[in-house]
Ligand binder design. Structure first.
Ligand code: 13P
Length: 249
């Protein structure tokens, strides 16, 4: 049995005050909920406020990106050492918005992933096809390529707490959700590739989340799929009530 992980990706939203306000409402709403693992990935500026707020609860706080070096002359970057010092436990890596707007490549995803695993963080590594790739029938190839490159030179032993998120780019922020069947099919492709790379045992335990217009209204049908091991939620995670409803799908 894979414990589901319900993760919020706040993207570039909320100030520290708004973060505290969110948790004041969200934490009582999910108090005692331990069926699923819960993590809220905030902008770096909100991490300290988030970590302070969740102290003593079962809710974790994650970052949305991390550099591959532990320190150095890299203006504007954040390292695994810095995240760990704050108490961050999870980090999103290779989100499609970083690939699209910030020159993230399969190679930099691989470097970030190695650094996160090395540091003992739980990386949520994002893969997913764009609309043209889906329409051209190349979804499976794209997912396989992204996995092969992201997981390059990482052993099953090192990949321990790796989580993958399947986020079809055409479903992000568009209101278009992949049907549970489309998502499950993509998850199977990813799991098969993970089995090739890390072995069957690892693949059987690997959690693969679905992301792309997850809302309280569609969370339960998506989560009912055996292949879907949780959700990575953007827009609908910004509101405490709506994210709590997704957690309790
Ligand atoms: P939406 O839930 O807003 O579609 O965003 C999905 C996403 O990108 C989560 O990482």
């Amino acid at each position: 049995m894979r414990k589901k992980l319900i993760a919020a990706n706040w993207k570039m939203y909320k100030t520290p005050d708004q973060t505290r306000e969110f948790f004041r409402e969200f934490l009582p709403a999910v108090s005692g909920h331990d069926r699923d693992e819960i993590v809220v990935c905030t902008p770096d500026i909100d991490l300290a406020a988030g970590i302070e707020a969740v102290k003593g609860t079962q809710v974790a706080v994650g970052a949305q990106n991390v550099h591959w070096k532990t320190e150095g002359a890299f203006t504007g970057e954040t390292s695994t050492t810095m995240l760990l010092a704050l108490g961050v436990t999870h980090v999103i890596i290779g989100h499609s918005e970083r690939r699209q707007y910030f020159c993230e490549t399969d190679d930099t995803v691989n470097m970030r992933l190695k650094a996160a695993l090395e540091a003992g963080l739980t990386p949520i590594c994002c893969v997913g096809e764009v609309l043209e790739e889906r329409e051209a029938g190349s979804t499976d190839d794209v997912l396989r390529r992204q996995c092969v490159r992201a997981f390059h030179a990482i052993s099953a032993k090192k990949a321990g707490n790796l989580v993958v998120a399947y986020e079809p780019v055409w479903a992000i922020g568009t209101g278009k959700t992949a049907t549970p069947e489309i998502a499950a099919e993509a998850h199977m492709v990813i799991r098969r590739e993970a089995a090739e790379i890390f072995g069957e045992d690892f693949a059987a335990k690997l959690r693969i989340l679905y992301g792309g217009s997850v809302k309280p209204e569609n969370a339960s049908v998506l989560m009912a799929q055996e292949e879907i091991d949780g959700a990575l939620v953007g827009g609908a995670s910004l509101d405490a009530k709506s994210f709590a409803a997704i957690v309790k799908y």
